[in-house]
Design a protein around this ligand. Sequence first.
Ligand SMILES: NC(=O)c1ccc[n+]([C@@H]2O[C@H](COP(=O)([O-])OP(=O)(O)OC[C@H]3O[C@@H](n4cnc5c(N)ncnc54)[C@H](O)[C@@H]3O)[C@@H](O)[C@H]2O)c1
Length: 215
Amino acid sequence: MVLEKETITIPEPTLKRLPRYIDILRNLTGKGEEYVSSSFIASALDLDPIQVRKDLSITGIVGKPKLGFEVKELLQSLLNALNWNNKNEAFLVGAGSLGSALLGYKGFKEYGLEIVAAFDNDPKKIGKRIDGIKILPVGKLTEMAERMHIHLGIITAPAEAAQEIADMLIEGGVIGIWNFAPVHLKVPANIIVENAQLSQSLAVLTHKLSKASII
Ligand SMILES: NC(=O)c1ccc[n+]([C@@H]2O[C@H](COP(=O)([O-])OP(=O)(O)OC[C@H]3O[C@@H](n4cnc5c(N)ncnc54)[C@H](O)[C@@H]3O)[C@@H](O)[C@H]2O)c1
């Protein structure tokens, strides 16, 4: 059974664990393994087996006694759950250090993400290509998003420009924004914003580090 789109809402903590399961399942596929148990996945990731079983139950796939889950079936179902089996075309705005790194990252294809164009306001960058992706003037952002039916925008511009860029993306029909700028975007209720902040992850690390007993 393959998970039907839009039938269930997956809780965010579960969503954040699914990519780790997918990594393991892809690895097992590469090794030609046919079956996997939830306890194997739990042990590989140092997670509670009950948690893993509960997470995997969102797929509706039932494991076979003594064998476990069919690796390929489980993988496809998890990819469907994250919509990673479909291609999500995206525009990136702000082709600086971070933007260039994202443009150069080939791994996004594995997650169904394809950055099809990048935009910037620096005349020295416009017209150039980064990893084959052309840098276009930001003035064309709204019109092109509308014309190309782009629903996903990635903001890697300075914080002070991010709100204006978000507004332009939304005007062009974008409904999902992956925001790397350190600013809270004000958007209509139907727009999905996911903030990606290394600082949050680093805060957890450095706080824990400061508490670690280094005597
Ligand atoms: N989320 C994270 O973990 C994380 C990590 C690093 C950087 N950042 C943020 O990402 C953003 C980019 O950082 P960077 O180091 O790549 O900066 P950068 O200066 O190298 O790149 C910014 C790019 O945005 C362009 N730009 C500026 N105003 C613009 C506008 N109005 N329209 C279109 N393009 C515009 C610039 O010309 C430049 O090419 C910053 O907001 C930074 O704080 C976030």
